[in-house]
Design a protein around this ligand. Structure first.
Ligand SMILES: C[S@@+](CC[C@H](N)C(=O)[O-])C[C@H]1O[C@@H](n2cnc3c(N)ncnc32)[C@H](O)[C@@H]1O
Length: 381
């Protein structure tokens, strides 16, 4: 993805999702209805929940723009991936104006959408009325892919096979609390650690984020090549989080990010390297997440067993950031320029094994020195 050079069509469509009808029409005129429908159909196929109908149903999506029309056909059947196919006989036709479909896919979250499409139910292939149920289930599945509802993140984690909920970790309610405000925005998300190491392709959480942030662009990095996962709105890169130069390259090419998640090596030193190097590439008002804080107490991750986490660990970093946040109140910081963390970490939310760090302007003066002096003077006592 060469996002710094030229936004991809999908990113322009994300922008069009909240733009005027005229802006959507201009974009379709410029790039062509076929190109737009290609992006939309890939997105719809990705968003569809697993099909439940046992008899295959072919559904045509007819997308119109003025006098122009483009058809995409989806085969929908349990245990099969839903994707556009070449098919002649279709049982159901759904017809959308391209602007309505762009709004459904990349528009504001969770609007109830009725009265924005037409349909034709064809007899092709129907042999008995039992088939009606399969057709109905398949159509519901496809229409679910044409929506941007607020899907539960835990359910998405389970659907895509991420351990962020209901198995090894219990993170998704924390993520929902802190990411809710980004959900409708055209966010850029970076996750360190794609999963699967060199044994499997991984990518569970990247797919989960792609579905959760329906207007987001997701970047995943790993020491292993995961480029087979690359698709619309999801890009991977080979990066070693121990190497600042690798991280800077990612920041320069794909950043700045609204959200950075460190779910990589979980080694103490690597966590700190990634945080220090990527913080400049986190947007003002962004969130930096570090998972698996428990590794601060595990020697195999550079931690140390004991009652108190060592300063060089992730938990040590969190404690340091509490001090940094109060740099104005610390005599040791008087008269010098604040560091980036002192100047910009405005919130720390620590939960069991995970921390959310908020970036902004840590500029409040708090309790002025002159007031302390007055209060400490003998006349006041
Ligand atoms: C726990 S898995 C990530 C799981 C994934 N985020 C999910 O929730 O589905 C950790 C990944 O980090 C990668 N990793 C290990 N060391 C790394 C390093 N130094 N830099 C980048 N990635 C690393 C591993 O290859 C592995 O795929």
């Amino acid at each position: 993805m060469s996002s710094k050079e030229k936004p991809q069509l999908v990113e322009r469509l994300i922008g069009a999702g909240t733009a005027s009808d005229a802006a959507v029409a201009d974009l379709v005129d410029e790039v062509g209805l076929d190109a737009v429908v290609d992006v939309l159909t890939e997105e719809i196929a990705f968003r569809c929940p697993p099909a439940e109908n046992t008899t295959a149903v072919a559904i045509a999506l007819d997308v119109t723009h003025g006098a122009r029309r483009r058809r995409a056909v989806f085969r929908v059947c349990r245990d099969e991936p839903i994707r556009p196919v070449d098919a002649d006989g279709v049982q159901m036709v759904l017809e959308f104006d391209v602007t309505s479909l762009v709004r459904r896919i990349f528009g504001p979250l969770g609007r109830r959408r009725t009265g924005d499409f037409g349909n034709t139910f064809l007899p092709a292939g129907i042999e008995d009325l039992g088939y009606l149920r399969d057709a109905s289930m398949a159509t519901d599945t496809l229409l679910a892919g044409c929506r941007n509802d607020a899907v539960d993140l835990g359910a998405l984690a389970v659907r895509h096979g991420s351990d962020k909920w209901a198995s090894l970790h219990w993170y998704t309610p924390h993520y929902e609390r802190h990411f809710e405000r980004f959900r409708d925005r055209d966010v850029r998300v970076l996750e360190i650690g794609i999963g699967g190491e060199d044994r499997e392709l991984g990518g569970a959480s990247l797919l989960m984020w792609k579905r959760y942030f329906h207007r987001g662009v997701i970047v995943g990095v790993d020491i292993f090549d995961k480029s087979a996962l690359n698709q619309s709105r999801l890009t991977t890169a080979v990066v070693d989080q121990r190497v600042p130069r690798d991280l800077v390259e990612v920041g320069e090419q794909y950043g700045p990010f609204d959200i950075v998640i460190d779910d990589g090596s979980h080694v103490a030193e690597d966590i700190r390297t990634a945080f220090q190097t990527l913080l400049p590439y986190l947007r003002h008002d962004g969130v930096y997440v570090i998972e698996d804080l428990q590794t601060s107490y595990l020697p195999e991750f550079g931690g140390r067993a004991g009652d108190v986490a060592q300063p060089n660990t992730a938990v040590g970093l969190v404690k340091q950031l509490v001090d940094d946040m109060h740099f104005r109140e610390r005599e040791t910081a008087a008269g010098r320029r604040p560091s980036l963390t002192e100047a910009s970490i405005t919130g720390l939310h620590v939960y069991h094994n995970i921390v959310f760090l908020e970036k902004g302007t840590n500029g409040e003066e708090g309790f002025p020195g002159w007031l302390r002096e007055i209060l400490a003077s003998p006349e006041q006592s």
